[in-house]
Design a protein. Sequence first.
Length: 850
Amino acid sequence: MKAIIVIQSLLYCLVASQNPIPDSFRIPINPGAGNWSAAYAKARQFVCKLSLTEKINFTTSTGAGSTTGYDIGIIPRLGFQGFARTDGPVGVRGTDYNNAFPAGLNVASTWDRGLMYMQGHAIGSEQKAKGFNMGLAPVVSPMGRSPTGGRNFEGYSPDPYLSAAAFSLSVAGMQDAGIIAVGKHFLLYEQERFRYPGNDYGVPHPDNVTMPYSANCDDQTLHELYLLPWYDAIRSGLAGVMCSYNQLNNSQACQNTKLLNDILKGELGFPGLVLSDYGSQYSGVLSALSGLDQATPGDALHYSADPEPGVSYWGSNLTTAVLNGSVPEWRLDDMVTRVMAAYYFLGQDHNYPELNAGGGFQTYGYMYPAAMLDYTQINYHVDVRDHHEQIIRKVGADSIVLLKNVNGTLPLNPRRIRQIGIIGQDAGPSPQGPNGCPDRACDSGTLAMGWGSGTANFPYLVDPLSAIQARALQDRTVVQYVLNDSASDVIAQVAEQASVCLVFANADSGESYVSVAGVYGDRNNLTLWRNGDRLIREVAANCSNTVVIIHATGPVVMEEWIDHANITAVLFAGLPGQESGNSLVDVLYGDVNPSGKLPWTIAKNESDYGTPIIPYPSGPTPQVNFTEGLFIDYRHFDRDEITPRFEFGFGMSYTFFQYSNLVISRISNSSYSAAPVPTKTLNGSTCSSTKLNPSDYTFPATISSVTQWIYPYVAANATISTPGVPTVTDSITAIQPSMPPGGDARLYDILYTVSVDVTNNGTVAGQEVAQLYLDLGNDEPPRQLRGFNKMMFQPGETLTLTFDLKRRDLSIWNVVSQSWVEVTSLGTDIGVYVGSSSRDLRLEGKIPAK
Ligand SMILES: *[C@@H]1O[C@H](CO)[C@@H](O)[C@H](O)[C@H]1NC(C)=O
Ligand SMILES: *[C@@H]1O[C@H](CO)[C@@H](O)[C@H](O)[C@H]1NC(C)=O
Ligand SMILES: *[C@@H]1O[C@H](CO)[C@@H](O)[C@H](O)[C@H]1NC(C)=O
Ligand SMILES: *[C@@H]1O[C@H](CO)[C@@H](O)[C@H](O)[C@H]1NC(C)=O
Ligand SMILES: *[C@@H]1O[C@H](CO)[C@@H](O)[C@H](O)[C@H]1NC(C)=O
Ligand SMILES: *[C@@H]1O[C@H](CO)[C@@H](O)[C@H](O)[C@H]1NC(C)=O
Ligand SMILES: *[C@@H]1O[C@H](CO)[C@@H](O)[C@H](O)[C@H]1NC(C)=O
Ligand SMILES: *[C@@H]1O[C@H](CO)[C@@H](O)[C@H](O)[C@H]1NC(C)=O
Ligand SMILES: *[C@@H]1O[C@H](CO)[C@@H](O)[C@H](O)[C@H]1NC(C)=O
Ligand SMILES: *[C@@H]1O[C@H](CO)[C@@H](O)[C@H](O)[C@H]1NC(C)=O
Ligand SMILES: *[C@@H]1O[C@H](CO)[C@@H](O)[C@H](O)[C@H]1NC(C)=O
Ligand SMILES: *[C@@H]1O[C@H](CO)[C@@H](O)[C@H](O)[C@H]1NC(C)=O
């Protein structure tokens, strides 16, 4: 205990010295307007029925190892059983009879709004059917500032417009299914390394890092790049936000009043709850005043290298803080109102399923594992899969990006192919089976999921070898394969005999609490694993018709072989989930015409990206300076005229598309005064007039304390400095934010539409993703994605595709006025470009300055 207190005060000193505690807090109390009004009315009524300790129970989970059941908001007096949460972005984590979906990377690669929504809906309904109230997904940060970022694949794209679409539609899908979506991670969580002080859950780093890294980003970049997806998701109803492990400007994300109070709850009008990541809470009073609403998992896990379970900044400490006046009770009411508003907003008060999936595959276990109490049935093995495998297969196939296809190698023509050679460990099953490595922390067999908390157990995994073989046998094609990457002799032999060689290689990464083969979360480089480049060259040396298939968590450098004359086709398949092989066969044989487009750039050299992760700390608090501003990924390549290997938005089809007839129409000239509306100061009153005596907050005799459990009660003999009615100091003010969810509604007014005609001039049907880019002048990137439209075209068919341009699409963030400003009002003509990728722009036009 003593040691912990010492460390804690040390941390406090560091925080204080680098980023003095703000002397004033303006805490937004959401008015609960618009489609949140019914939920807010019910939540307020509910909160006013609660006692102090009952309220605290909604703010603090019961501890990391305490229970396999509900662990927050348990109120026996009202028969309220509480909340349960589950990861994550590819389905329900750590149980069975669920599906394992494609990664966010693949969702983004489809550029298909319908699929973005459908996958979100399918995941949300599985999480709900297991009885969870909150799904810790989707992921939009990391966005992929650094191509080696270990968790980039969980999110979507370094482009904020594409990310915003995928994120907000995933949120809408999940929440339409009834679960509270918890978008994560807020914010600037762009690297794994140094996210924890000292040891990262046992993964040592040699340097003495005492605080998580600080991501330092200017205000304009924050708004235009990293915050943009949150605007749209909050407007779509996002009910939960998870604050991240890193600091921003040397202030911890979960206690950063500018980020959480001013920006998230103020400017963006976020009405829902903010919960911490597992161990990302670094203070009690400060995090409460700065905007954190719920502590997950309740314990302060980062306290030391050996986390002390059951020790909490909140729980009884928050009760004390309310009693001694450090945290106003109206702020506590606000926390609980936000939690319960989310619950009512999602309609969880009616017919919500009981939690039926405890810990892992086991049927029986301890309900209270840390205390080893109550051995009972914890998993009812409810099959929640429905028919979601169809969505999984479609997202898998529609996300495959065709990067090279010489002389119509693909689709494979069974009549011309007598023998297929399949080469590479990545083509086949893992000897340990698909779930053999905990949290997928190994690279064995075909790669269909990255590692970490963003995982789900596979109900099965269709590997490429079995799917291709099953298909080939229908055509009486001979199939040979070698799954041992180093069996050079037999690889050469199989390659020589085959009419087409399919060679598989991969690159893996994940979350930094586990490491695999010397990769501590973030990738060390953009090279294929297990000498994939050598394997590909070996096959190509012996096979004049070599097709390369890559499974990877992000871009890989392909320079060693991409121009090889014998490499006739290349497919990038990302992390496709359980239907991997089937999705691939759909594309290889042309049942699905490939339509995926890269959600990032594939460079010729890793250094071309210019925004690496910080691999070595610059001091006890590593500083990650986002000095590149808006210029990440293609924006940087475009400005600095660096030729990529494959540009952002690139992806081939088995057919061809022609573009013509660009028309720009003005839809609205609604006026817009950018001046922010002043916020209202509230009196911060609380519904319960607190008149407490110790029996209202001391440990009740009726409860016997469970090991490692976090309670709201204060010890009977505790000294509380100013017990009684909380006093609210002048520096803590309640305000009513002026913005609706998602910010000023006028930002979403459609000012222009752009339409183009697209023709399929080939001989097969296919989908095209037409992309619209703007040049906004004013030192902005030369081209920024501001529209995309995916449609299916029959051969010869012409369709008119339309893009809506919202006010925000034509605006930049002005740091002085703290508002969005249309660039046309600054005298700038906007360049409009439409085409098939960020560098294949077929048509252009102009929106004139005002
Ligand atoms: C708070 O939650 C615990 C379970 O974590 C429960 O035992 C206790 O009764 C709750 N307290 C109140 C005041 O409802
Ligand atoms: C880290 O701390 C240890 C023990 O205090 C010390 O021996 C070591 O030199 C330090 N390493 C660095 C890189 O500063
Ligand atoms: C971080 O610091 C930069 C530079 O001073 C400033 O523009 C930005 O608003 C700050 N952001 C936050 C979240 O504090
Ligand atoms: C809430 O209202 C906004 C603005 O009218 C709308 O765009 C959004 O779809 C609504 N969200 C939900 C979940 O109903
Ligand atoms: C309250 O917080 C202090 C650190 O500020 C910690 O030492 C103590 O263990 C916490 N109390 C509980 C019950 O977790
Ligand atoms: C009130 O209690 C909290 C939690 O134990 C503590 O951190 C804070 O310093 C206390 N404030 C005062 C004024 O005693
Ligand atoms: C592709 O076709 C052209 C023209 O028929 C031929 O010259 C070339 O060798 C072919 N390339 C490959 C890799 O088969
Ligand atoms: C890339 O990183 C791996 C470890 O992940 C290492 O084995 C390999 O040597 C590195 N390759 C290059 C070219 O640096
Ligand atoms: C291409 O493959 C053929 C075998 O089909 C081989 O003879 C030739 O050397 C290969 N070309 C290259 C550049 O490796
Ligand atoms: C980051 O920026 C700060 C402030 O400009 C500077 O002092 C520091 O040296 C920079 N750190 C790195 C690692 O570039
Ligand atoms: C179809 O359009 C593409 C792209 O404009 C062009 O390269 C190709 O020559 C056209 N093909 C035919 C048959 O017109
Ligand atoms: C309060 O009581 C507990 C157990 O009865 C005891 O261990 C602790 O020292 C007491 N604390 C104070 C401040 O008296």
